[in-house]
Design a protein around this ligand. Structure first.
Ligand SMILES: C[C@@](CO)(OP(=O)(O)O)[C@H](O)COP(=O)(O)OP(=O)(O)OC[C@H]1O[C@@H](n2ccc(N)nc2=O)[C@H](O)[C@@H]1O
Ligand SMILES: Nc1ncnc2c1ncn2[C@@H]1O[C@H](COP(=O)(O)OP(=O)(O)O)[C@@H](O)[C@H]1O
Length: 300
């Protein structure tokens, strides 16, 4: 009888889902000496996701495959940086091919690149059986970008510091989310630079956290706010037009995500979500109707 050469209990590849994030609340407290801004953000995930496949390869190198022309396929890719970081940190002489199915719009305020990096950290932890904790992965993630730690948790959280100090929250009350991304991309650095700290109208972060803890959808809608919104709106008036269209079509709440330019609206009923979707067709090419997620969802 022949002996099977198939490795038992050793994963040759893993799949990870990398969902987009939205900022339900984004406040900036002050500018720090390191030129980052001290923030208080309430973030969650929506069911619009990239898919990351990690496959072991014989050569000790990192290969990125992505068919999206806006996504670099070299060391500038945040997923590449995540793999490189974990390899150096843990002295791993093993190669990996990272295939990215890109569904999240790029440079949109939805943390697509950060989520790919975080999914790569989670996935390599499984592929190479590293047994790193979520906290350890989030700490590594912070070295890649301010949003990566949140994306490692992949749930709902209050984020402080420059975004890397994470306190997990329960998933928000479930609802539909309509996302609309205008044509242009936005530079996060540029938007933070243009923010006038003395003119900020601060959102009530505590009320947002409480609304989520209580599962109070109405209070959640009433307390959304993003101090970067007026900055991006000032540069790109079309973002404001999208906001108005969503409001006129019956959204329960409308806000720009992160530094923009994507605008999202929340509604309880699916029919209302499609009414908003239809009102934006012809005005905006990239419009998505998705569910709010807010909790970690494994792919395999
Ligand atoms: C605004 C937010 C809100 O979630 O998201 P996006 O709009 O990018 O999705 C984040 O704060 C973005 O996080 P991320 O995109 O990871 O930023 P990083 O790469 O760390 O930083 C890009 C640049 O933004 C500025 N920056 C970022 C974070 C922060 N707390 N203060 C800052 O001033 C810095 O100028 C930095 O050089
Ligand atoms: N895996 C990736 N997916 C998307 N963008 C990436 C990725 N890796 C690097 N980038 C670069 O990061 C920049 C910001 O992209 P993204 O994370 O989509 O936006 P945002 O920070 O607005 O949420 C883009 O200009 C892109 O060139």
């Amino acid at each position: 009888m022949g002996i099977s050469l198939k490795k038992v209990n050793v994963k040759m590849y893993v799949l990870e889902k990398a969902p987009a994030k939205i900022n339900l609340s984004l406040d900036v407290l002050f500018k720090r000496p390191d030129h980052y801004h001290e923030v208080e953000m309430v973030m969650t995930t929506v069911d619009l996701a990239d898919r990351i496949e990690l496959v072991e390869i014989k050569e000790d190198q990192i290969i990125i495959e992505s068919e999206n022309r806006f996504v670099p396929n070299d060391e500038r890719n945040l997923a590449y940086r995540a793999a490189s970081l974990i390899k150096h940190k843990l002295k791993i002489n093993q190669g990996v091919k990272i295939s990215i199915e890109k569904n999240i719009p790029v440079a949109a305020g939805l943390a697509g690149g950060s989520s790919d990096a975080a999914a790569t950290l989670r996935g390599l932890n499984r592929l190479w059986s590293l047994a790193l904790t979520t906290e350890e992965l989030a700490e590594l993630g912070a070295k890649i970008g301010s949003d990566v730690s949140f994306c490692v948790y992949n749930s709902t959280a209050l984020a402080k510091g420059r975004g890397e100090c994470i306190t997990e929250l329960p998933a928000p009350p479930s609802c539909w989310v309509v996302l609309a991304k205008p044509q242009m991309g936005v530079s996060t650095q540029h938007i933070y630079q243009k923010l006038m700290l003395e003119k900020i109208n601060h959102p009530n972060t505590t009320a947002m956290v409480e609304a989520i803890k209580q599962g109070d959808y109405k209070q959640m809608c009433q307390n959304i706010g993003n101090v970067l919104e007026s900055v991006t709106l000032g540069i790109h008036p079309e973002v404001n037009q999208i906001k108005r269209l969503m409001e006129q079509s019956g959204a329960d709440a409308v806000l720009m995500s992160g530094s923009g330019p994507t605008v999202f609206s929340m509604v309880k009923q699916e029919s209302k979500a499609y009414r908003i979707y239809n009102s934006l067709r012809g005005f905006c090419n990239e419009v998505y109707v998705v569910r709010m997620l807010g909790y970690h969802q494994a792919l395999d």
